[in-house]
Design a protein around this ligand. Structure first.
Ligand code: ADP
Length: 253
């Protein structure tokens, strides 16, 4: 579903991603963990088209994201192409960024109407299904400021899901929440994951959650995938104490 090949990213003189190869299979759930500053967010942002890779290619669902093939050559993609491929990717961020002046229902129906061209009735029906899924059907007429942070984050999820993406990206979605609100947001993600069909990439500091929900854990370190494997392998206690991953995990366990 997603294929990174030799993705590098430089900010000035600093190389933040170092020729990263990564594959995400259809329906697969991958959790990305690692120390702060290791490149996790940049790794996600190049897929979200928020950051352009310095080199390398990314494919989503069989289509190049940042490039177009012209004959045998790769040329940089135009905005229209980026926009089309971006439509396959749903994103939820640390900051929920709901439109404050719109009701919850309108927050969720806006993109299906404007971007997918659905009729208002179709969009409302789809939005209600998604808001029900995140447990907020009773809030459709409320405004974002009337909701808790956890509820707003669940609306942000419904807003992404309503576009029926092939891949969902969750970038530290609980980091801005009060601790007592984290659980409800993680529970909704778990439910979405359990449905199975969507590929998911989750950047997270919640290790128990990562272990629970992911098929595979990717450990980032200095712009590279330093370790990866099933949760049982990554979260065991056999890592040498002086290894990077051993040191990283010892902060949590
Ligand atoms: P993580 O998500 O693992 O904390 P990031 O991808 O946010 O890592 O950051 C990796 C490195 O890239 C950090 O050193 C950060 O300061 C740097 N960085 C990220 N974004 C930018 C930017 N827009 N300009 C310059 N440096 C950046």
């Amino acid at each position: 579903m997603v294929r990174y090949r030799k993705i590098s990213k430089w900010f000035g003189d600093t190389q933040v991603l170092r020729e990263v190869d990564f594959d995400l299979a259809p329906g697969e759930k991958v959790a990305v963990i690692g120390p702060s500053g290791s490149g996790k967010t940049t790794f996600a942002r190049v897929l979200m088209t928020l950051e352009k890779p310095s080199s390398g290619t990314i494919e989503v669902d069989g289509e190049l994201l940042w490039h177009k093939k012209v004959g045998n050559k790769l040329v940089p993609a135009k905005e229209k192409h980026l926009h089309k491929v971006r439509g396959k990717i749903g994103m939820v961020f640390q900051q929920f960024n709901l439109f404050p002046h719109m009701t919850i229902l309108r927050n969720v129906t806006e993109a299906p109407i404007k971007v997918l061209g659905l009729s208002k009735e179709e969009a409302v029906e789809r939005a209600k299904t998604m808001l029900d899924k995140v447990g907020l059907l009773d809030k459709i007429d409320a405004y974002p400021s009337q909701l808790s942070g956890g509820q707003q984050q669940r609306v942000a999820m419904a807003r992404a899901l309503v576009m029926q993406p092939k891949v969902m990206l969750f970038d530290e979605v609980t980091s801005a929440l009060d601790p007592e609100l984290v659980g409800e947001v993680l529970a909704v993600i778990k439910e979405i994951a359990a449905e199975g069909q969507m590929a998911m990439m989750l950047i997270t500091h919640e290790m128990d959650f990562a272990r629970d929900v992911a098929d595979r854990i990717v450990f980032f370190e200095e712009g590279r995938i330093a370790e990866e494997g099933p949760p049982d392998k990554i979260f065991n206690s056999d890592h040498p104490k002086d290894s990077r991953i051993g040191q990283f995990l010892s902060r949590f366990y």
